[in-house]
Design a protein around this ligand. Structure first.
Ligand code: DPM
Length: 354
């Protein structure tokens, strides 16, 4: 169970009137994402004084290790958050489904495209994953992408590629090692590199990662003034989709280093979730779909617990959040009943041995 509500500590009139310090990692993408949220906050709260603090994290330092093994160290920023800064903007997909005690996701912003995209070496311009020659090497360190694409495009080969987005694009363009790389469409868009996207992969080719394409604002759970301030950034539909996705991943005990993929949709107050697990080569997989009503009129349960898989969203109907979380858990249980744990355990062991 997660922690219950914290007692609010306010400064008198319910508004934040001290300096708010925003932490950011030093990569260009992290900086762009932080600036984007800072701009939104400045527009909403012109009187609030924001300060951006650049931080080094272990995540930045261990980029030489396979990303699929270290990604979860991103939660290291929570440690900086404990004293130096008041909020940190993250790509939601890099945040663990269980946050360190005392921290919460105070805002989940409207999702960009959650899909993965193909970026071709310039010499392959005009080709697609289908038409690339046999044996073409595709760069990705994502077990999720490799598993799905190996199965779907058996004529291609997959190799790890590391470093931040700038490094990866450089490795692609300036060498002949990779015919193409796969990256999240959202990150490419934020970097202003949309023109490099040659193909966006739909769910039939590659389902996305839990939380992909959404930005999250991490805060201290007891800072009620800040929590209230950032909560206006919540995008209800994104919140519900991401709660379902994160609940699914958490139930599967999957970190971001397991081949787990999802697809979600909200239509006419119905939230649908498709989830899948894969062996590393994609040969073994399980995929199921479920849906639930997230109609605020649907008074399922009244939640005493205000956090849902780490997200605090007072302004999104509780019954809908409860239904979304239950959807994720139920779908995971369905996959577990069909043998998902065996697939994931084997994938994890093989990946650790790489
Ligand atoms: C996580 C994964 C990757 C990132 C694993 C996955 C990709 C690693 C790789 C959990 N985090 O997706 O299966 O390609 O080797 C990351 C990116 C973004 C956030 C870059 C990307 C930007 C998009 C977003 C790295 N984290 O996926 O191309 O905000 O969702």
């Amino acid at each position: 169970m997660e922690e219950g509500p914290y007692k609010c500590v306010r400064d008198g009139n319910g508004t934040v009137n001290r300096v708010i310090r925003m932490g950011t990692r030093k990569s260009q993408l992290a900086r762009i994402q932080t600036d984007y949220v800072a701009e939104k906050l400045k527009t909403l709260y012109p009187d609030v004084h924001l300060e951006i603090v650049a931080m080094s994290t272990i995540g930045d330092k261990i980029l030489d290790t396979a990303l699929s093994k270290v990604m979860y160290n991103y939660s290291i920023t929570s440690i900086s958050l404990s004293n130096r800064v008041d909020l940190v903007v993250h790509s939601l997909k890099d945040l663990p489904t269980t946050l360190p005690n005392g921290f919460t996701i105070g805002a989940v912003l409207q999702r960009e495209s959650p899909h993965d995209a193909v970026v071709l070496h310039p010499k392959n311009s005009g080709l697609t994953l289908d038409t690339l020659p046999d044996g073409s090497v595709i760069g990705t360190s994502s077990l999720r992408r490799a598993a799905q694409l190996k199965k779907r495009f058996p004529h291609l080969e997959f190799k790890d590629i590391r470093g931040n987005l700038n490094t990866r694009l450089k490795k692609l363009d300036e060498k002949e090692d990779y015919a193409a790389i796969i990256l999240a469409a959202a990150g490419l868009k934020r970097m202003g590199w949309e023109a490099r996207v040659s193909q966006v992969l739909g769910p039939e080719d590659c389902m996305y990662a839990v939380g992909q394409g959404a930005l999250a604002v991490e805060v201290r759970a007891r800072d009620c003034d800040i929590l209230e301030m950032v909560s206006t950034l919540h995008h209800s539909e994104t919140v519900l989709r991401c709660i379902a996705e994160r609940a699914f991943l958490r139930r599967l005990e999957g970190g971001c280093s397991v081949p787990v993929a999802v697809n979600t949709e909200v239509k006419d107050s119905v939230l649908s979730l498709t989830g899948a697990v894969y062996s590393l080569d994609g040969a073994d997989s399980l995929k199921e779909a479920m849906e639930t009503s997230v109609d605020p009129g649907n008074k399922l349960v009244s939640a005493a617990d205000i956090q849902h898989v780490g997200v605090t969203a007072h302004n999104v109907p509780q019954c809908a959040q409860v239904a979304a979380e239950k959807l994720g858990v139920d779908l995971a249980d369905l996959l577990l009943s069909k043998g998902a744990m065996e697939i994931l355990t084997t994938a994890r062991k093989l990946n650790d041995a790489r």
